[in-house]
Design a protein around this ligand. Structure first.
Ligand code: ARG
Length: 265
């Protein structure tokens, strides 16, 4: 009887310690992660394959994947906010958003207004024309021609250099390409990867890109000047450049090996 009682006690003690250890383990596993901050990210979402509406209306693209992965690596959540391209820098300055991703070229002029992350993509401007066009081959050959561009872009700035050109500005790049397809302008100046993607993926039959790129440009992620978020963004970007995640995203959207990027422009 006495022994039996002791056994029972032991049984209870074992059961209790089992219960306590399960409790400890589950508390540990289930402990809510440190609350992450959420960064509001501005984008102009008609710039495939960098940012555009997917089939369910959701935001997709290279830039979108990039920012999500940067956030994962650096420990912040992202919340995208769509706006006009020429509203992005003012929104950063007014601090209504924390950062932006929108195929935004790092330029000296913009660096006066905002801070940029390290470069994350190598791009450049290209001239698009109708496939049968033979005489437009360079910026010089665009003199006195009708040229379509997206408002507020480096393409719009480049077009301003052309003597006598009649420049038509559009809210987004696809609208400017449509205008060329319709025969209402002679050329479009736009970021080469976007124009090439549109011709290939959206089947813009009858358009081509002239062989020479007009510029070499690098995209960066801008924040307000002095923003404490820039360090996090750069840390996350560097991490995914080094751990293969960047390459994975690049391959997904461009089906190619990413080119070498400089650490700064
Ligand atoms: N890279 C060009 C620029 O920075 C064009 C960017 C346009 N981006 C967009 N999402 N529409 O001016």
């Amino acid at each position: 009887m006495h022994r039996l009682f002791q056994f029972r006690k032991l049984g209870w003690a074992l059961l209790l310690s089992l219960f306590l250890s399960i409790l400890c383990v589950s508390l540990f596993i289930g402990s809510p992660a440190k609350a992450q901050k959420t960064l509001k990210i501005a984008t102009e979402p008609a710039f495939p394959p960098f940012e555009f509406q997917g089939s369910n209306g959701e935001l997709v693209g290279f830039d979108i994947d990039l920012l999500k992965e940067i956030g994962k690596a650096a420990g912040f959540q992202v919340q995208f906010q769509s706006m006009q391209f020429d509203g992005i820098i003012p929104a950063l300055q007014a601090k209504t958003v924390d950062a932006a991703v929108s195929g935004i070229t790092i330029t000296a002029e913009r660096q006066q207004a905002v801070d940029f992350s390290r470069p994350y993509f190598k791009a450049g401007l290209a001239i698009a024309v109708k496939s049968d066009n033979q005489d437009i081959t360079s910026l010089e050959s665009l003199q006195n021609k009708r040229v379509a561009v997206q408002i507020g872009t480096t393409g719009a700035l480049e077009a301003k250099k052309i003597p006598g050109a009649k420049i038509r500005t559009f809210d987004n790049a696809p609208l400017s390409l449509q205008e060329l397809l319709n025969g209402n302008v002679d050329a479009v100046i736009n970021d080469a990867p976007v124009t090439l993607y549109a011709i290939k993926e959206n089947n813009l039959k009858g358009l081509k890109v002239t062989s020479q790129l007009l510029t070499e440009e690098y995209y960066g992620i801008p924040t307000a000047k002095g923003s404490p978020n820039l360090d996090d963004i750069n840390r996350g970007l560097t991490a995914i450049l080094n751990n293969g995640t960047y390459e994975q995203i690049y391959r997904k959207w461009f089906n190619a090996q990413p080119p070498q990027l400089p650490e700064s422009t």
